[in-house]
Design a protein around this ligand. Structure first.
Ligand code: TXA
Ligand code: MG
Length: 339
């Protein structure tokens, strides 16, 4: 092979037990993790066009991407993740023209897209009847969640495959989100054919999800684009949560992003058997940001949880992280990890 790939272990043709609890079916192939580049991109796009999911970095977390117009491909995402039911997925686009072929943009939506795209903001918008999207992507809702990511690898994959890509985080359902190719390999080896590796992601937590109404913006998931930033850009009040609209989706579930060990929050010191994740100068096993910088903490959050989960300690403790800026998203994820 002329480009740089590593193969995951080819698992035996038997059932595989993970952490003594979950059984996954006989894996059919080994997963290869390839350094992002022209050749790897071409191969990934061929897989996408053949209806196969591919793991690809975005600026937030690695996504498990598949053709959003192909129901078989979308179903393959769910089966690789072991997600028990169909929930709406975010559709990633490479430019505004592609986005406007999929959904209707109100003036408020236009303003938010102008200000934050490309970047870590997902907009929930009325889906167009001629969008061509698989109905599985919306899971029966009249809206679609759209995102124009900033990461060159994801955008290039969308362009090269010529398809909008549905992409949840590239991990087994309910577990910690991946911010490195190694995390994806550890979680989905044997479940996906290919991972595009472009190093650690820069933002570290999933995109902000917002639904713009005519007179307000609903903040459905906190992320790198904060409520204050949405308010400033839209000129409208931002309400937290979904108001009267009801949607049940995994990122909104109480327990999500969960390590396999108990997690204690607002810890100032490690108790016996605990692995302490610190913030700011303090004695701890790993530190999200010795300088107490919330952006740095967001970028290292999931990697720290992965390391704590793999440590010999039986429990995880996490220091308090302030709510300022992206700190709201960090606390949201920590609360779900501890639930
Ligand atoms: O940063 C991210 O957004 C990552 C990367 C890979 O781009 N993607 C991601 O996708 O987090 P996913 O599929 O895990 O996010 C799905 C979430 C659901 O939990 C749900 O809350 C919301 O998006 N969602 C999707 N469609 C929706 C809709 N029509 N209405 C409301 N929420 C929706
Ligand atoms: Mg996820």
């Amino acid at each position: 092979m002329s480009f740089s790939c590593r193969n995951g272990l080819l698992l035996e043709a038997t059932e595989v037990y993970i952490a003594g609890t979950v059984t996954i079916a006989n894996p059919a192939y080994s997963t290869k993790s390839c350094r992002y580049g022209a050749e790897a991109l071409r191969e990934a796009a061929l897989l996408i066009r053949a209806g196969e999911p591919v793991a690809v970095p975005t600026e937030t977390v690695y996504g498990l991407a598949a053709d959003a117009t192909d129901s078989h491909a979308v179903a393959a995402i769910y089966s690789a993740k072991g997600r028990p039911s169909f929930n709406p997925l975010i559709v990633h686009v490479s430019d505004r023209a592609m986005a406007e072929r999929l959904a209707d943009f109100s003036p408020v939506a236009m303003r938010l897209a102008d200000r934050f795209w490309p970047g870590p903001l997902t907009l929930v918008l009325p889906v167009r009847t001629d969008s061509g999207l698989s109905p599985l992507v919306m899971a029966g809702l009249p809206t679609v969640a759209l995102r124009l990511p900033a990461h060159p690898a994801m955008r290039a994959l969308i362009r090269e495959s010529g398809r909008p890509l549905a992409a949840p985080s590239a991990n087994r359902s309910g577990s910690i989100s991946p911010t490195r190719a190694e995390h994806v390999l550890a979680s989905l080896n044997g479940k996906v054919r290919m991972i595009l590796d472009e190093g650690p992601t820069s933002e570290g937590v999933e995109s902000t999800i917002a639904a713009p109404d005519a007179d307000q913006v609903r903040l459905l998931r906190p992320g790198p684009v904060t409520a204050a930033m949405l308010e400033e850009a839209s000129g409208l009040p931002v309400v937290i949560g979904n108001g009267a609209h009801k949607i049940e989706a995994p990122g909104q579930l109480e327990s999500h992003y969960a390590p396999s060990k108990p997690v204690r929050l607002n810890a100032l010191r490690a108790e016996k058997d605990e692995y302490l994740i610190g913030f700011g100068l303090m004695p701890c096993h790993i530190n999200l940001s010795p300088d107490a910088n919330v952006r740095e903490a967001a970028a290292s959050l999931f990697a720290a949880l992965h390391i704590a989960d793999a440590s010999a300690a039986v429990k995880i403790a996490v220091a308090p992280v302030p709510m300022e800026g992206i700190g709201a998203a960090i606390n949201d994820r920590l609360k779900r990890a501890a639930a």
